[in-house]
Design a protein around this ligand. Structure first.
Ligand SMILES: *[C@@H]1O[C@H](CO)[C@@H](O)[C@H](O)[C@H]1NC(C)=O
Ligand SMILES: *[C@@H]1O[C@H](CO)[C@@H](O)[C@H](O)[C@H]1NC(C)=O
Length: 519
């Protein structure tokens, strides 16, 4: 795994490095009852990662189907079947109900609902999401729906280079309206786009994710097409405008009648200075501005952060007055997917020995094209296994102070484990129970300290095809036996822990049909 990550030499994949945290038994010291009434607990997934049935009932390919079918995923796998939720949603909703979650976060597959990206709506697609939503509601579970979660229709990529074109904004808005019109009577929480602050980097800067565009010397690959110094900003700009367009449509035409809330979901890594020198402190602040401020600044204050305007210059697109009006305040809540702390060093050549030992192989040079060459370098210590709940607290406090304390939903938080089919997909995940407890506790402390955080969703409900890891790593409360045709679900310790947490400390774990386990 380490060799593969090095070969690709990308920051995203470097997250694979670093050893497994030592597991410790979880003691349920807090429960859902400690939270304010109305605080929403759930777990989540996304369409391409969990559904399978990629060529069934009229669904057409997304750029992720193209990418995986060309052998580009990290383990050569694809999500043609994955956890097969398309056929097993009833069984899955029963599991969610038994756990006692308030909500299930899932996404709608654009190429399932509108297979060509624009135009005809697929009745079978409508039927599937209607069924899923109704099944959830019948079990008292709120559907929290992401409208677009990376599975961009291949047809639109081919037609006009996807999100590089402004045509994307209109097609996305029309697609979102199909969702509001058909599902909005029952869906009360909409997220327009998932992680628009990382998709342009993976797909248009580093080029390691679809549609694999980048340019020398920035991309991890030698891409045939792309321009790493300009395209990430254009794509992000269009994603922000697409969000604002759909959100304003919802607010003008649907919100009063349907009574839902709309927001978007950002990747919320926390950038921490590696040392307390002014240079490192400034570098970490710059990273937070470039990554989270990229969206939060225009949404809350209008325009991109001043440091981005200064460093990126004319490569950073401008807003028209009309556009800014639409963007500003165009959210009821902001979702954050939080996993890791990233240590930032202004100049990696000045890493002292202690820090070099600490960061080891994970100290990387990430020459972001929007910064002057070698201006910003950073190292990663944290991965998707190490628990750093203080970073979540810092991120929430940052939002509180810098962005007018928005309503925050933690849309993803969770821990990875290395998949091991021979061990029943590693059912003994006490470390994950401890991780969840630590982060939920941090969330509670932030809430008590004035943060407007109002929801927390574990990533993920099941083991699924992971965008960065294929099937090498799983985050699931439930494991899935990907070798069995039935895609058998396995209840993990963390599922039992979460059940106990949600049910107020009363441990009432649930056995799957024909599966016994001991407590
Ligand atoms: C990227 O676009 C900029 C601005 O148009 C241009 O100056 C630069 O040469 C382009 N780079 C590549 C690799 O095409
Ligand atoms: C609570 O919030 C205040 C103001 O944002 C901050 O200074 C303090 O560090 C926070 N304390 C904790 C425990 O998060």
């Amino acid at each position: 795994m380490m060799a593969a990550a090095k070969a690709l030499s990308s920051v995203l994949l470097l997250l694979l490095l670093v050893a497994v945290a030592t597991p410790e038994a979880a003691a349920a010291t807090i429960t859902k009852r400690d939270f304010p009434p109305g605080f929403i607990f759930g777990t989540g997934s996304s369409a391409y990662q969990i559904e399978g049935a990629v060529a069934e009932d009229g669904r057409k390919p997304s750029i992720w189907d193209t990418f995986t079918h060309s052998g580009h995923s990290v383990d050569g796998s694809n999500a043609d079947v994955t956890a097969d939720q398309y056929h097993k949603y009833k069984e899955d909703v029963k599991l969610l109900s038994d756990m006692g979650v308030d909500a299930y976060r899932f996404s709608i597959a654009w190429p399932r609902l509108i297979p060509d990206g624009r135009g005809a709506v697929n009745p079978k697609g409508l039927e599937y999401y209607n069924n899923l939503i109704d099944e959830l509601l019948a079990h008292g579970i709120q559907p929290h729906v992401t409208i677009y979660h990376f599975d961009f229709p291949q047809a639109l990529q081919d037609e006009y280079n996807g999100m590089l074109s402004r045509k994307f904004i209109d097609d996305y808005t029309a697609y979102a309206e199909v969702c509001f019109k058909n599902f909005g009577d029952r869906v009360k929480y909409w997220s327009t786009v998932n992680e628009p602050n990382i998709e342009p980097i993976g797909g248009y800067d580093q080029g390691i994710l679809p549609p694999r565009r980048c340019s020398f010397p920035f991309g991890a690959l030698s891409c045939d097409n792309g321009n790493s110094t300009t395209e990430p900003y254009i794509v992000a700009h269009h994603l922000l405008l697409a969000h604002a367009s759909a959100a304003s449509l919802y607010k003008e035409k649907y919100q009063a009648k349907q009574g839902g809330k709309i927001g978007l979901t950002l990747l919320g890594w926390w950038y921490e200075p590696a040392t307390q020198t002014p240079e490192d402190i400034a570098a970490a602040e710059r990273m937070n501005d470039f990554h989270v401020g990229w969206y939060m600044h225009p949404l809350v204050h209008g325009d991109y952060p001043p440091v981005m305007r200064k460093n990126v210059g004319s490569r950073l697109p401008s807003f028209t007055g009309e556009e800014l009006k639409r963007v500003l305040g165009s959210f009821d809540f902001v979702g954050f997917n939080h996993y890791i702390a990233v240590y930032v060093k202004a100049d990696l050549s000045k890493l002292d020995d202690e820090l070099r030992d600490y960061m080891g192989d994970a100290a990387v040079q990430y020459d972001m094209p929007f910064l002057k060459k070698n201006q910003l370098l950073f190292g990663l210590k944290s991965d998707f296994m190490t628990s750093t709940p203080w970073a979540l607290k810092k991120m929430l406090e940052h939002l509180q102070l810098k962005y007018k304390n928005p309503i925050v939903m933690i849309h993803e938080n969770g821990a990875a484990s290395i998949a091991d089919p021979s061990a029943g997909n590693a059912p003994d995940d006490e470390f994950r129970s401890q991780y969840l407890q630590d982060y939920i506790e941090a969330t509670l402390q932030s809430s008590r300290n004035g943060s407007n955080v109002q929801g927390y969703f574990v990533w993920s409900f099941l083991d699924v095809f992971e965008y960065l890891f294929g099937y090498r790593m799983g985050f699931g409360l439930y494991g899935v036996d990907f070798n069995s045709e039935e895609r058998t679900r396995y209840q993990r310790h963390s599922a039992k822990w979460f059940t106990s947490f949600l049910r107020g400390g009363e441990l009432r774990p649930v056995a799957l049909p024909g599966q016994a386990y001991s407590q």
